[in-house]
Design a protein around this ligand. Structure first.
Ligand code: NAD
Length: 302
């Protein structure tokens, strides 16, 4: 049992914190948004009124907040979490952020004698609820071993990706691939349909041919091919297109810093940007097939 401060109780954070509490850990949680705090308390979570109250006496702090700016402010700003934790405590940031900001957090932790892991996740809200997330962890291997009982209460696959920032590097590369492949699969289904090919036939054939991939087989953008994936339930409550756009922009930023070129990543980012600006950023990222198929956004239909 570990005394854990959980910070950020949004779509991912709340179910993750609930799984930690169910797993026998002593969790005190906090979110800057009062309504989110109320919703979390209604779920039975022990919710504090301030960061300081949540962090008091904690052996570990976990964050699940939107961006790198939020993470740096939360931990290193005035009255931030690093100044409140005792030396020897553990910090796990599971938000998806820039590699550079993850490394900044590691360095700030080291200065205070606090061990830090960057541990972004894959698996989405459903994985967070089911406790089956994949964690991609950057930092010292010994620190990961300390954190393993905490991470395994929230996830199933826990990978040590490498040194500080490597978890974020793995996450950014994964989502770069997922974003590009979803657009490619959308193009194939749209063209196939216009050539008179039934989508289930195309899926069946390509799944065992050279074009097969996760976006086609397990998470297709066409409704009705796989039960319960976002496309089969109106593209809601999935991995929002605006979050995919955020992650593609993280990849572009990383490419700029490392002198890499991402021609398809840049194009994918531009397409998701247009899709989000059409008012459909809340839809799951597989809904990008609507853009590829030329489907107008709802407001423009009338
Ligand atoms: P969300 O917007 O639903 O929740 C984030 C929460 O953080 C909000 O409730 C916000 O009020 C809170 N917050 C912001 N600043 C804070 C602070 N200083 N202290 C305490 N709380 C603060 O976002 P989400 O969907 O839960 O995603 C969180 C992170 O996880 C993001 O980095 C996202 O990219 C990543 N992620 C999301 C998914 C997904 O499917 N939603 C999947 C994988 C990774």
């Amino acid at each position: 049992m570990t005394r854990i401060a959980f910070l950020g109780l949004g779509r991912m954070g709340l179910p993750m914190a609930l799984n930690l509490a169910r797993g026998g850990h002593q969790v005190r949680a906090f979110d800057i948004d009062a309504r989110t705090r109320e919703a979390a308390a209604a779920e039975g979570l022990d919710v504090a009124d301030s960061i300081a109250e949540a962090v008091k006496g904690a052996e570990a702090a976990i964050s699940m907040v939107p961006t790198g700016r939020h993470v740096i402010e939360l931990f290193t700003g005035e009255g931030g979490v690093l100044s409140l934790l005792a030396p020897g405590a553990l910090v796990i940031d599971s938000s998806t952020i820039e590699v550079a900001n993850a490394r900044k957090l590691h360095a700030a932790g080291r200065e205070r004698g606090i061990e830090v892991l960057d541990a972004p996740v894959s698996g989405g809200v459903m994985g967070a609820q089911a406790g089956t997330l994949t964690f991609m962890v950057g930092g010292e291997e010994a620190t990961l071993e300390k954190a393993r009982p905490i991470l395994s209460a929230m996830g199933r696959n826990i990978f040590h990706a490498g040194e500080a920032g490597s978890g974020q590097a793995a996450k950014i590369c994964n989502n770069l691939l997922a974003g590009i492949s979803m657009i490619a699969v959308s193009e194939a289904f749209t063209l196939g349909e216009r050539l008179g090919l039934a989508p289930e036939k195309l899926q069946q054939i390509v799944a065992v041919s050279t074009g097969g991939c996760f976006s086609l087989t397990n998470y297709p953008p066409v409704p009705g091919l796989v039960p319960n994936v976002p496309s089969s339930r109106g593209y809601v409550n999935g991995f929002a297109s605006q979050l995919m756009l955020k992650d593609l922009r993280l990849a572009e930023g990383a490419a700029l810093e490392t002198g890499s070129s991402l021609p398809l990543g840049g194009l994918a980012s531009a397409l998701y940007s247009v899709f989000c600006q059409s008012g459909r950023g809340d839809l799951d990222y597989s809904a990008v097939i609507k853009l590829i198929a030329g489907e107008a956004p709802p407001a423009a239909k009338a």
